[in-house]
Design a protein around this ligand. Structure first.
Ligand code: ACO
Length: 330
């Protein structure tokens, strides 16, 4: 059987209008701009308007991706939304999005893999395309983490932001698109980054709400140690699986959580920072949306012409990690 190559046919992203700077945060919680910039590299983040839910952000990004790919919603056969902040537990945000874009012929489901979610979803879409199951899949990373943020907890509220990025995935020219995938998980570290209540373990109750257990809880230093170890390793694995060496990488697009984590991954890989895409300063950590937003901006900046070799590398809640080596095909 003829080998099929899957890749990105079109992309779009969206960031809500409201910008929350470190100086704004200084007025809300005991923190300061210097601490946040020095420890994280973040200067500002975008926050969804009260009437905007995750599917609304996803919808704008998806419409832009469809337009970029020249594809109509009805030609999409599957919608996958990677998110940790769905509109509701069910129906899935993917089903809500499927309706909004008129993807009447599509299956739809959400995928939970924390900040690795978009890369996981791209890997799933790749399998569906190369197996011949579907021709066009919409893969979205979208978050409104501001809704599950404890704005009194300086350990977390300075780190995250809202946003969405979307990709139409389909068949590309032979030798282009997704070259390799590396994914993994370590559930033993799940407690380091979680939303403890609201599920079957701790259903919503007055007590769980009073205890703030519907907010993001994070052991920052444990997640930091994990991230520093894993991000370089998973990117390296994807490179090895694709038979690529460091010199052949044109651009590393890492999950945008913290500039120190990005620096250490680049160092491990021996990739100079001028080949590493960074926008964490503007948007903070948008979780599953961070990598597709970064891809869109890298492309807008002319860094992704046809034939460029790119590594996407993420880590996140779960704990999870995922990397993809990609030969840009547009
Ligand atoms: N402003 C001022 N001081 C602060 C703040 C803040 N916003 N937050 C913490 N501090 C204080 C702490 O209380 C601590 O004070 P103490 O020494 O008196 O106790 C001090 O600063 C140092 O805290 P550390 O935790 O040691 O600081 P660190 O250098 O480790 O940076 C950070 C903290 C930025 C959270 C870091 O650990 C980190 O980036 N971790 C990874 C987080 C991450 O990437 N999460 C997302 C994962 S992806 C996903 O799936 C969502």
């Amino acid at each position: 059987m003829e080998k099929i190559f899957a890749g990105i046919l079109g992309m779009g992203h969206y960031l809500p209008d409201k910008v929350l700077t470190n100086y704004d945060l200084e007025k809300m919680v005991d923190t300061n701009n210097d601490w946040i910039v020095e420890r994280t590299g973040i200067k500002s983040r975008h926050i969804a308007a009260p009437e905007q839910a995750t599917s609304d952000l996803a919808f704008i990004a998806a419409e832009r991706a469809l337009k970029d790919a020249g594809i109509d919603g009805k030609d999409i056969e599957c919608v996958i939304v990677a998110t940790e902040s769905p509109d509701t537990k069910f129906p899935s945000t993917a089903c809500l999005l499927q309706d909004k874009i008129g993807a009447k012929n599509a299956a739809a489901f959400d995928l939970s893999a924390g900040c690795s979610g978009f890369v996981y979803a791209l890997a799933v879409a790749n399998t569906m395309i190369v197996s011949g199951l579907y021709k066009h899949i919409l893969v979205v990373g979208a978050e409104t983490l501001s809704r599950i943020m404890n704005w009194q907890d300086r350990n977390t509220c300075v780190l995250f932001g809202d946003g969405a990025g979307a990709a139409v995935v389909g068949q590309v020219e032979d030798g282009y698109g997704i070259l390799s995938i590396d994914m993994g998980a370590d559930g033993s570290g799940g407690q380091f980054l979680s939303q403890p209540a609201g599920g079957s373990r701790k259903p919503a109750s007055h007590e769980t709400v009073d205890a703030g257990e519907h907010f993001i809880h994070m052991d920052g230093s444990e997640v930091f140690k994990f991230a520093v170890k894993i991000m370089g390793r998973t990117a390296e694995n994807a490179m090895k699986k694709a038979g690529l060496n460091t010199e052949e990488i044109d651009l590393l697009i890492p999950h945008q959580a913290n500039i120190r984590i990005i620096n250490s991954a680049a160092k491990r890989l021996g990739i100079s920072m001028d080949k590493v895409f960074v926008n964490v300063d503007k948007y903070g950590n948008t979780s599953a949306a961070s990598i597709p937003i970064a891809i869109c901006e890298a492309r807008e900046q002319g860094l992704l012409e046809k034939g460029k070799t790119v590594i996407l590398a993420g880590f996140g809640a779960g704990l999870t990690w995922a990397s993809i080596a990609l030969k840009w095909s547009k």
